[in-house]
Structures are given as structure tokens and as C-alpha cells.
Design a protein around this ligand. Structure first.
Ligand SMILES: Nc1ncnc2c1ncn2[C@@H]1O[C@H](COP(=O)(O)OP(=O)(O)OP(=O)(O)O)[C@@H](O)[C@H]1O
Ligand SMILES: [Mg+2]
Length: 510
């Protein structure tokens, strides 16, 4: 179908403002979305991107915000997400919101079952789910339960949900954070197909290369205001970042530092093996390495190369009877049967999924930061209010957590700021070694840079970090050495000048 580009907008948002109990999240935002275009929506954590898209997709009902919305020139009021999806507006949310105990098909059509005379046709649901999954090149039985899927596969189901009705506008809120390179490629080619059919996309991401690859125009939000509408032609990363943060910024990564590879060994892992509890298939095979004190030890590899399993086994979170091998911490045998053992030994883990990282979403920032250390603070029987408050203020300050105050509920923080709370929470336990699994997932460029500098500062003070990351520039720029994994085996250990994205990829790809 031929599309007359930019004739008139499919969607127009005018003067959208929204407050959350006195805190302004959006101020007079204007946004137009045209048929067949991909509009990038960027901004720092907490800038209001998700909130704006929740307004457009009916998550925040009419009446809970100010301003006007038009779809194809007609004024619209959405009272629930279903109203927006009937108008052709679909959203893929940032946080996974699937029902773990239900099947893929049930999740796709949840709340929107195709019914004939009120009777849901189960066969239709399965058949239509199968078609959608095929379109996404996702080869899986729609009757599979969601709880049996990996995080990446769950994200694909979340994407599949958007396709249950005909779409005019597809909103993707950081859709690729848990996808493999191949899954991302599939998603991108699908977006390009949709564009050719005249569908508009709004793409939210902190990964600027993705924005460059997909988007025609970019709207920048800063502190709830739309500060720039940029044509993508000839636009540099620097210019986008400058619009996002409102000033020029220097280097994203701290400068490389010399590292003495002969420093004391802190953690030794010898012949680690792990078998899948269900199938018995070996997942980790004879993995051995040493981590030295004060080092940033990177672990790189493709999705599925079992990087996470290494961290989980050090943290005692894998089934002990399926694991074999030896570990030593400061020269002494380390036996971890459970995460509690690991924490007591001075090991912390920041996982890739914020919800299982021990963040208590219903509690406030202060409690989340101090929960693990309340014991220490209350050593003298009474919790010293001042000491606790000082510590909380300290972490909010050094991590630059964007929260109105310390007693703000974590659930209401932006995604990136939730991640900072988790990092702060582990730092407060003063671990010897902190394992980081994709620690900057979903975090904006500036906050990433802050976290990188913070990591460097922490290792300079003696903390040891093990870093798993799919972002190769991150691994290469931060690590003192990098272990490359391939299919559960060590495929190389790189240091100094040997560390490059190219040399990692050569070893990581089978
Ligand atoms: N349900 C809520 N209750 C109170 N405040 C909220 C709620 N949802 C969002 N906020 C606040 O509104 C502001 C905008 O948040 P939003 O989630 O839209 O940011 P974002 O741009 O999507 O950030 P990120 O890149 O981290 O996902 C933030 O200050 C956030 O704390
Ligand atoms: Mg968001």
C-alpha cells in the first residue's frame, strides 16, 4: 500500500500535563505521530516517556490528566486500555506484565478475548496466537505456560500481545532489553514491514544505535517537557544527548586505568559444572577462572552462553545437587548452598530482572536502601534515626536517585531509578565482591555514565566487581579482564590490548 508521507498526523497530543500527588510528570507536552513513520522518544530516566505513552494508550484514563488527544483528526477520550486498542493504538510496556501461570495464547488475548455470542472460542485463540507468533518468527507452541519461558521469550509474548488487533500506532517502550541479537533483528524487520503498511511506531529506547537504525524523527523529553523535535538526518549522538540533559557532556566511560594483573586472587572458580535440573543437559562445562582483588572482571558472550548461570552459582542460587566444582574466597573454600550463605560470605548480586532483585516495590526508597543493614544500624538496640537518614541521603546523592524524597514508593520511580536503588541496596551491605548482571539495562545515557564512574570509584576503594553485560562497549571499556563464554564453556580470557569488541565476538560466536 502506498502511503502519502506526513499528510496529516494519525495521532496528535496537545498540551498534555499530568501530576502524581503534586509531582509534575508531564507539562504541556505536544506530540504528533504520522502514518508510516517511526518516531523515537528519548529522555533521561524519569523524563516522562512511559507516562506520556500510558496517557496515549488509555492506561491513565481521561480525567486523570489535562490536555487533548486526537486520532485521525477526531478528539478522543480513552477510559481504559481497550478503548485505545479499539482505536488502533497498541503498546508494548517496559515492564513485563504477564500472567505466569497462564499459557502464551491466554496471555496474548487476556482482557480481549474474541467471543462469539459471549462464548470464547478457545480454538480461535490458539489459532490466532499461532499466526501472530509466526509473524514474529517465534517458533513455540501457544499453549506453553509463560512461567516456562526465558525473560527474552516473555518479552516476545509481550510484543505478540500488541498484534491481537489491527494496529495504526504501535508503541514500544524499551522492547529489546532482554532480546537476543536475532530476536532484535526480527523485531526490527517487523517494524519496517509495519511502516511500509502505513503503521506508525513510537520507539522508546536508551540505546541510541537502535534509535538511529529505526527512527525518522526524534522527540526529546526533559523533566516532563518536550524540549526538541529533531529530524534524524545528520544528527549526532552528542546532539541527542545534549538535548536530553540540557548541557554538553564529557566522556561516557571513565578513562582506562592500568591494572596489575598479579594482584591477590579474591575468588577462584575451579571446574564448575552445572546440569539443567529438568533435562540433565550440561549448561556449564568445566568453567575455571580467578577474579583478583579490586578488579572489574567482565564476562562476555552471546545470549544463552550461560553467563548468568556463572553468577547464580557463585551466589548459591542454582540447585546445589546439579552443580559440581570448587570455589575459594580469599584462599578459603567457599561453600554456598543458598544466597544467604553467599551474602554472609560477602557476595552480592544485582540481577537482570529488577523484580527478582529483591526490590520491594511497595516500600519506599529509604526502606529498600536500608533493609539489609538495619541490623547493623540497630546494633545498639535502638535504630539511630539520624544515622539511617544520613546513609539514605548519602546513597540517594552518590547514585543520583531521582526521587522527590526518601519516603517515595519505589514502584513509582522510573525504571532506571529503581535499578539505582538496587545497586545502592547492595552497596549498603558492604560486600567484598558484587556480581552485576546487566546492571545498566534500561538506564539512560547519563545515569549509565554515572554508574560507570561509580563502579570505577568503588573498585578503587577496594570493592571487586564481576560484570556480565551484553553491551560490548561497556564490557570492553570498563573491564580489566574479560572472560568470553561460548555455549557454557570458557572460550577465552582477554586483557589489556587484546580486549576489543572484535576479539570478543570472534571467540563468542560459535
Ligand atoms: N504511578 C506513579 N505514581 C507517582 N509517580 C509516578 C508514577 N509513575 C511515574 N511517576 C513519576 O513520573 C515521572 C516520569 O516517570 P516515567 O516512568 O514516565 O519516566 P520514563 O521517562 O519512562 O523513565 P525511564 O527511562 O526510567 O523508564 C517520574 O518522576 C516518576 O517517578
Ligand atoms: Mg519508562
Amino acid at each position: 500500500m502506498a502511503v502519502v508521507a506526513n499528510a496529516f498526523p494519525i495521532v496528535e497530543l496537545r498540551n498534555i500535563s499530568k501530576e502524581f500527588s503534586g509531582v509534575r510528570a508531564l507539562s504541556n507536552v505536544n506530540l504528533s505521530i504520522y502514518a508510516g513513520e517511526c518516531l523515537g522518544l528519548v529522555g533521561e530516566n524519569g523524563a516522562g516517556k512511559s507516562t506520556l505513552m500510558k496517557v496515549l494508550s488509555g492506561v491513565w484514563p481521561a480525567g486523570t490528566f489535562d490536555g487533548d488527544m486526537f486520532v485521525e483528526g477526531r478528539s478522543v477520550l480513552f477510559y481504559e486500555p481497550k478503548d485505545a486498542s479499539s482505536a488502533g493504538i497498541a503498546i508494548i510496556h517496559q515492564e513485563l506484565s504477564l500472567f505466569q501461570e497462564l499459557s502464551i495464547a491466554e496471555n496474548i488475548f487476556m482482557g480481549d478475548m474474541p467471543a462469539t455470542l459471549g462464548i470464547v472460542k478457545a480454538k480461535d485463540v490458539v489459532e490466532r496466537s499461532r499466526e501472530i507468533l509466526e509473524r514474529l518468527h517465534f517458533d513455540i507452541d501457544p499453549l506453553t505456560l509463560v512461567k516456562d519461558l526465558s525473560v527474552g521469550e516473555q518479552q516476545l509474548v509481550e510484543i505478540a500481545r500488541a498484534f491481537r488487533r489491527p494496529i495504526k500506532v504501535l508503541i514500544l517502550d524499551e522492547p529489546t532489553s532482554a532480546l537476543s541479537d536475532r530476536e532484535i533483528e526480527n523485531l526490527f524487520s517487523l517494524i519496517r514491514d509495519l511502516k511500509r503498511q502505513g503503521v506508525a511506531c513510537v520507539y522508546i529506547s536508551h540505546k541510541l544505535p537502535e534509535i538511529h537504525e529505526l527512527c525518522d524523527r526524534i522527540t526529546v523529553l526533559r523533566d516532563g517537557e518536550s524540549v526538541a523535535h529533531l529530524e534524524k538526518k545528520n544528527l549526532s549522538d552528542g546532539a541527542i544527548i545534549e538535548a536530553m540533559v540540557g548541557r554538553k557532556i564529557e566522556a561516557i566511560f571513565p578513562p582506562k586505568r592500568p591494572f596489575d594483573a598479579n594482584r591477590e586472587v579474591l575468588l577462584e572458580v575451579r571446574n564448575l559444572n552445572y546440569k539443567d535440573p529438568k533435562t540433565g543437559i550440561p549448561l556449564l562445562k568445566e568453567v575455571s577462572f580467578d577474579v583478583r582483588k579490586g578488579e572489574i572482571f567482565g564476562i562476555a558472550g552471546l545470549m544463552g552462553s550461560r553467563r548468568t548461570e556463572i553468577l547464580l552459582s557463585i551466589f548459591g542460587a542454582l540447585q546445589a545437587d546439579k552443580t559440581s566444582g570448587e570455589m575459594f574466597l580469599e584462599g578459603k573454600p567457599l561453600h554456598v548452598q543458598s544466597p544467604i550463605d553467599a551474602i554472609q560470605a560477602g557476595i552480592g548480586l544485582v540481577t537482570e530482572d529488577r523484580k527478582i532483585s529483591g526490590l520491594v516495590l511497595e516500600m519506599d526508597v529509604q526502606s529498600n536502601l536500608t533493609l539489609p543493614i538495619l541490623r547493623r544500624l540497630s546494633r545498639f538496640l535502638t535504630i539511630k534515626g539520624n544515622e539511617e537518614k544520613d546513609l539514605v541521603d548519602y546513597y540517594i546523592r552518590i547514585l543520583r536517585i531521582k526521587t522527590p524524597h526518601a519516603n517515595f514508593k519505589v514502584r513509582n520511580l522510573s525504571g532506571g531509578n529503581q535499578q539505582k536503588v538496587i545497586i545502592g541496596r547492595w552497596l549498603s551491605t558492604k560486600p567484598k565482591i558484587l556480581l552485576l548482571d546487566e546492571p545498566t539495562r534500561g538506564i539512560d545515557v547519563m545515569a549509565k555514565a554515572e554508574i560507570y564512574y561509580l563502579m570505577r570509584q568503588l573498585v578503587d576503594q577496594g570493592l571487586t566487581l564481576v560484570l556480565v553485560s551484553s553491551e560490548l562497549p561497556e564490557v570492553v571499556s570498563l573491564s580489566d579482564r574479560v572472560l568470553v563464554m561460548r555455549e557454557g564453556m570458557v572460550a577465552g580470557l582477554l586483557s589489556g590490548k587484546e580486549m576489543s569488541q572484535k576479539s570478543i565476538m570472534e571467540r563468542a560466536a560459535a
